[in-house]
Design a protein around this ligand. Structure first.
Ligand code: CDP
Length: 210
């Protein structure tokens, strides 16, 4: 079984995907971490994320087993990720890695922006996770403050809106809800309530386990 989870920045899709993977005993790929790792590698090399040659070289050199899970969570890496994600050559390299992951016969949960539309268009279950811009900004602000990053609500909201716009308007694999994706709005939901809502959607499609 493949479960595809898409949605905008800080919508709660990562947490929903993690809980789904545990609940159904599937492995999970946070595809945003690949774009973040490429964005961070470009910044570390002193290059611009919009530099096609630099971003492609970073994508080709990416080692999935050696991603620094802490450093890729910075707001700078997130912003760089959304810039390298516009480049079709970068997407092509990362698309191959994602399709290989999804080809495992044991099934998987993948979360990102284009999983239900491009990476796994035949996924058994597709979720589109969203939340209001204010709520998404509050959540990401708490995460960044916990990391010790100094950023105001207004600065972060502008950054998130910029990333949303770039993700939704790019030519290659833009973010949108697949026609057969189930909408899950987590604005007013706790982590547990969002997980329960996601299980209900999946069970509704595949039938309850056992
Ligand atoms: O942490 P957040 O949910 O904000 O973003 P992320 O899932 O870590 O992804 C970072 C960036 O990578 C996004 O803003 C997208 O531009 C890009 N991305 C993408 O283009 N396609 C994916 N499947 C996943 C991420």
């Amino acid at each position: 079984m493949i479960i595809a989870v898409d949605g905008p920045t800080a919508s709660g899709k990562g947490t929903v995907a993690k809980n789904l993977a545990e609940h159904y005993g599937l492995k999970r790929l946070d595809t945003g971490s690949l774009y973040r790792a490429v964005g961070l590698a470009v910044l570390d090399a002193g290059d611009e994320p919009s530099d096609v040659g630099a971003a492609l070289a970073a994508a080709e050199a990416l080692d999935l087993g050696a991603i620094d899970e802490r450093r890729i969570r910075s707001s700078a890496a997130g912003l760089a990720a959304s810039k390298v994600a516009v480049i079709p050559e970068v997407r092509e390299v990362l698309r191959r890695a994602q399709k290989t992951f999804a080809a495992d016969p044991k099934g998987a949960v993948l979360d990102g922006r284009d999983i239900g539309t491009v990476i796994c268009p035949d996924a058994e279950v597709k979720l589109f996770v969203t939340a209001s811009l204010d709520e998404r900004t509050r959540r990401r602000l708490a995460e960044l403050h916990a990391r010790g990053e100094q950023i105001t609500f207004e600065e972060l909201q502008a950054q998130i809106a910029e990333r949303d716009a770039r993700d939704m308007t790019r030519k290659d694999s833009p973010l949108y809800q697949a026609a057969d994706a189930h909408l899950l709005d987590t604005t007013a939901l706790s982590i547990e309530a969002a997980a329960q809502a996601a299980y209900a959607i999946v069970d509704g499609v595949i039938g309850p386990r056992g």
